[in-house]
Design a protein around this ligand. Structure first.
Ligand code: ATP
Ligand code: MG
Length: 574
């Protein structure tokens, strides 16, 4: 039985709340009990620096760093940089920033597979000497043709039985740059009839006359990922080598290599990768979106990347909470975006300051309010956090409200503003709509209202029952702002599925971004810091864009609306 999502009373988070347990935690606990690794827990997070990290990586990061910290162990950061054609220092820097931002620390244990190139070369030589590897002259295509299929065994390469001496000589000459790319490879000599295709003499080394982001021109042969990953784990004395399910079939190969080398042998454990509805978690496809200009870079707020989510307004806490809640299982599944959004809302509800911003302004004039008069009212910053205090907001004769908060001919349950109807303005007075002003085209351009001067807190009519409360800003005090509203990046639930979405571009949601240029915000917001997050009353949680916002000309990204569909879904499920 799969233990994901069970609650284990032995496990409490530092705050004392029970956290759901999962099968990998159970393995670690059991290993600690039996003393399998002498009481050690050593994990690692092993990204390939060929793209930015996404929310799927966050699951792996939280799992690896989380288990280490929970059981007094350590977690390394290791770059699996064995493919110089795709990897760049630019990605290394972005990955470091993202893991740190998520709240994890690898101390002085940042490693690269490329640190091990000399050792890996020596290990390849050892395999050759022991008769476990050979140099093959077949081309990549021919190797594929010889591999066979799931139902048909493969065929031996005609070069399979070269002598050890010849193999050693050829491998050295490969290293010395004597042959062109693709002319030769080093292969493990395992079993061309194995039921596991990964064991049909897999390629261990290939010639690539390409400079490497760290070793420069030092090497022109590079180990395959499969010949570097397991040994890097071994060198770092990893105890629990946690990876995603697609590597399950590679485990016998890693085991074979480590056994043949006779070196320290970690235990690999596979779990199901995170899939998230309406987006994709594949660096290759995310890179395609970036390169084809479908999004505004890796950190576009619509991207499921950590940097995109940060720019959008996600907090590290909300992402960690999400990773905890989705659990860890052996079976693939797709998680609802609504859960991720729910985690953010819960977090921001506790700490985001409440402010007022009008996204689509409609002017109102309070005809019985003295011209030129300005009053300041105290507005609480966060009802969830009394220590957050309050601020002063200005009120005057001319105000703006949300265009959607007025209807000339409203349906019955419209508790907002309409001709002859009353609403309360948040932190201020009750107003009544007396007159609708239109332009020549018949569009409503202004409302003339009256206010009840006694309807503020403490006033004689303050207690009057009014159904609707609207947010607003004072016309002469408000600052202009740009606001970006986001929607799912794709219209398909599973855009990674080529059946559902044969061409990425056609699956893109044309309405994933709406830019509103004429929004009006409370004066103080014009000076908000990049990355600062707020709740715009009734409109959602917003974050000051860290790239394009300027003092005096702020730009806000909507992180999430206030409507919690997850809470509804989970209530229905009981
Ligand atoms: P992608 O398919 O996005 O390129 P990857 O697996 O090739 O992902 P790596 O840089 O190799 O990317 O991943 C680093 C670690 O993160 C690996 O251990 C991998 O298993 C894990 N990981 C990647 N994607 C996910 C995901 N969606 N859910 C959970 N873990 C993931
Ligand atoms: Mg990978």
């Amino acid at each position: 039985m799969n233990k994901a999502n069970e609650t284990d009373p032995d496990n409490s988070s530092p705050g004392g709340a029970a956290v759901p347990s999962h099968f990998i935690r159970e393995i670690v606990k059991s290993d600690l009990k039996t003393g399998k690794w002498n009481g050690c827990v050593q994990t690692r997070f092993p990204p390939e620096p060929n793209g930015f990290l996404h929310i799927g990586h966050a699951k792996s990061i939280c799992l690896n760093f989380g288990l280490a910290s929970e059981f007094g162990g350590l977690c390394n950061l290791r770059f699996d940089d064995t493919n110089p054609t795709k990897e760049e220092d630019f990605y290394v820097k972005a990955i470091i920033e993202d893991v740190k931002w998520l709240g994890f620390d690898w101390g002085d244990r940042m490693f690269y597979a490329s640190d091990n190139f000399v050792q890996l070369y020596e290990w390849a030589v050892k395999l050759i000497k022991d008769g476990h590897a050979y140099v093959d002259d077949l081309s990549a295509d021919e190797i594929r043709q010889h591999r066979g299929t799931l139902t048909l065994p493969g065929r031996d390469s005609p070069y399979r039985n070269r002598s050890v001496a010849e193999n050693l000589d050829l491998f050295e000459r490969m290293k010395d740059g004597e042959f062109v790319d693709g002319a030769k490879v080093l292969r493990a000599k395992i079993d061309m009839a194995s039921g596991n295709l990964n064991l049909r003499d897999p390629v261990l080394y290939r010639i690539l006359k390409v400079p490497h982001h760290r070793t420069g021109d030092r090497w022109c042969i590079y180990p395959m990922y499969d010949f570097a990953h397991g040994q890097s784990d071994s060198i770092e004395k990893i105890t629990h080598s946690i990876c995603t399910l697609e590597f399950e079939d590679h485990r016998p190969l890693y085991d074979w290599i480590l056994d043949k080398l006779g070196v320290y042998h970690p235990q690999q454990i596979e779990f199901a990768r995170l899939n998230l509805a309406y987006t994709l978690l594949s660096k290759r496809k995310l890179l395609q979106l970036v390169e084809e200009g479908c999004v505004d870079g890796w950190d576009d707020p619509r991207m499921p990347t950590i940097s995109g989510m940060r720019r959008r307004g996600y907090t590290p806490e909300s992402i960690r909470d999400f990773c905890e809640r989705i659990g860890v299982a052996k079976a693939n599944s797709t998680v609802e975006m609504a859960l991720l959004e729910h985690c953010l809302r819960e977090d921001l509800n506790k700490r985001a300051r409440r402010v007022m911003a009008v996204l689509r302004p409609l002017k109102i004039v309070i005809t019985n309010y003295p011209e030129g008069q300005v009053e300041e009212f105290a507005a609480e910053n966060n009802p969830e956090e009394p220590e957050a205090g309050s601020r002063k907001i200005p009120f005057s004769r001319e105000l703006y409200i949300e265009r959607d908060d007025f209807m000339e001919d409203p349906p019955k349950k419209f508790f907002r503003l309409a001709p002859g109807k009353e609403v309360r303005l948040k932190h201020a007075f009750i107003i009544r709509c007396e007159e609708v002003v239109k332009d020549d085209g018949g569009n409503v351009i202004e409302l003339r209202c009256t206010y009840d001067p006694d309807s503020r807190t403490g006033g004689a009519t303050a207690g009057r029952k009014i159904k609707g409360t609207l947010h607003w800003v004072s016309s002469q005090h408000a600052k202009k702002a740009e606001v970006r509203l986001y929607n799912h990046l794709f219209t398909k639930v599973n855009p990674a599925d080529e059946k559902e979405c044969p061409d990425l571009k056609t699956g893109l949601n044309p309405d994933s971004l709406e830019v509103l240029k004429d929004c009006l915000v409370e004066p103080a917001l014009a000076e908000a810091d990049p990355g600062e997050r707020f709740q715009f009353l009734r409109m959602g949680y917003f974050c000051v864009d860290s790239k394009e916002s300027k003092p005096g000309a702020p730009a806000f990204n909507r992180a999430v609306t206030l409507r919690d569909t997850w809470a509804k879904i989970s209530k229905k499920k009981g």
